[in-house]
Design a protein around this ligand. Structure first.
Ligand SMILES: *Cc1c(COP(=O)(O)O)cnc(C)c1O
Length: 450
């Protein structure tokens, strides 16, 4: 066991490690040994541009000297302090920073460790809030979520999730959620013009709220972009409209910014695009710059106050995760936020997004490209059998995967969502690297569907 060569590693990776969302009978190992900036290097020394931010979480590149140093400094203090009735300076400072940069009104931070747990926390807080507030509404226990929503893989998150392929089998374990169609800007309802889309989808939500608001604790939404659904992009005004409707019908709004937070859409948080403050905000992936597992659920003062009381009143939020608020993660997160300021990360984004957009305009003209869509540095290219009818290719043909397989041969690592090719590089991506990713996608599409 003391020595092993790369053949052993590949074999063990195929047989011992059970990979997430991966058919292990067909798995082809990709074993990354090290990384630098936006480039990953595998155990054979082959470099790949990290075209999907190591699954949507890397922000400033890998091995950023500031973030590395911050973690090392924290390691010289303490690696872990429990969050259950105790704290540490780094985690406290992070809470302060998050409250400062979050949409106004979110002034309390509950730390956990993954996106799914951040959503579980929000779901449970919402329910308990309605029971404990000064004018209690204990009958408000249901949730309204969007079609094809993805909020993580724990059971509460799966209950509000709506992706058939992932979620259907677990239905016997789930609580019921009400659902309205995803406000899709590509696969639109017949007869509705683009400028009427937001109003159309909002009217559908209002119908459900009008009927069910008395029993509804919260609406759960991925603001602007539904990631795992295939980068479904919402029409402008939809998020703002949902905020107005949830206020009018006295239902909480949970914004899951696990994927879209930390600059992906061009602003620090997607909610800022429509001047929205949700009641609960879930963040994870980019929080530590893609370094360490850490998540947070931010809550308003109104929600926080409903949990205050003497121990004997049992208003405590009885929920926690062993590593919630871990100081190494907090150190990485603080450094990540410092780098945003020092490097002007958000200020540099429009030029990068524009460059990516130029490539997308070209790719949009290739045969079988049904749609290209973009929000900040989130881009998607959707392949279809027939662009006129938007009829998909048979999913078994794995066209999207084959385009990504081709990109690997050009040293570009991306992961598709079905036949949607996702381009979502670290915010630190350089223009020449954007060109290489887009070039590989373009040639891949020509090879696979040309
Ligand atoms: C990835 C993701 C999650 C789950 O986060 P994990 O850290 O994988 O548990 C939740 N919501 C959204 C929108 C996501 O993209």
């Amino acid at each position: 066991m003391t020595t092993c060569n790369s053949r052993d590693l590949l074999e063990w990776d195929r047989t011992l490690v059970w990979h997430a969302f991966t058919q292990m009978a067909e798995y082809e190992p990709l074993v990354i040994q090290r990384a630098e900036g936006c480039v990953l290097v595998d155990i054979e020394g082959r470099p790949y541009i990290d075209g999907v931010s190591s699954l949507w979480c890397n922000i400033h590149g890998h091995r950023h000297p500031k973030i590395d140093a911050a973690i090392r400094r924290q390691l010289d203090q303490v690696a872990h302090v429990t969050n259950l009735g105790a704290s540490n300076p780094t985690t406290i400072r992070l809470a302060r920073r998050l409250v400062d940069i979050a949409p106004p009104g979110l002034s309390h931070v509950f730390f956990s460790d993954d996106g799914a747990t951040a959503v579980e926390v929000a779901i449970k807080m919402a329910l308990q809030y309605w029971r404990q507030r000064s004018d209690p509404r204990p009958e408000k226990t249901a949730y309204l979520a969007l079609g094809q929503a993805y909020h993580g893989d724990t059971l509460g998150a799966v209950s509000v999730g709506g992706i058939e392929q992932f979620h259907a089998i677990f239905r016997p374990l789930l609580f019921e959620a009400l659902r309205v169609p995803a406000p899709d800007s590509y696969r639109t309802p017949p007869g509705v013009p683009a400028e009427g889309l937001a109003a159309h989808y909002l009217a559908e939500m209002e119908r459900v709220l009008a009927e069910h608001h008395d029993g509804l604790a919260a609406v759960v939404i991925e603001p602007l972009v539904q990631g795992a659904a295939g980068m479904i992009m919402h029409p402008p005004g939809y998020l703002r409209g949902v905020r107005e409707l949830t206020r009018r019908y006295n239902v909480l709004l949970i914004a899951d910014e696990v994927a879209v937070g930390f600059g992906r859409t061009g602003k620090m948080f997607a909610c800022e695009h429509e001047d929205v403050t949700p009641d609960l905000l879930c963040i994870a992936k980019g929080l530590t710059g893609g370094y360490l597992p850490m998540a947070a659920t931010l809550a308003t003062d109104e929600i926080w106050r409903a949990f205050l009381g003497s121990h004997a009143e049992s208003k405590t939020f009885f929920h926690g995760h062993t590593y919630g608020g871990n100081p190494l993660g907090a150190a990485a997160a603080l450094a990540t936020l410092d780098v945003f300021a020092e490097e002007g990360t958000l200020e540099k984004l429009p030029a990068k997004a524009a460059r990516l957009g130029e490539h997308l305009d070209r790719i949009a003209r290739l045969p079988h490209v049904g749609d290209v869509r973009q929000r900040g540095l989130i881009a998607a290219v959707e392949l279809v059998r027939d662009p006129a009818t938007k009829e998909p290719f048979p999913w078994q043909e794995r066209r999207g995967q084959r385009v990504c397989d081709y990109a690997m041969t050009e040293g570009v690592w991306i992961r598709p969502l079905g036949d949607v090719i996702v381009i979502m590089p670290p915010l630190a991506i350089r223009p020449d690297q954007i060109d290489r990713i887009a070039g590989a996608v373009e040639r891949g599409i020509e090879k696979v569907v040309g």
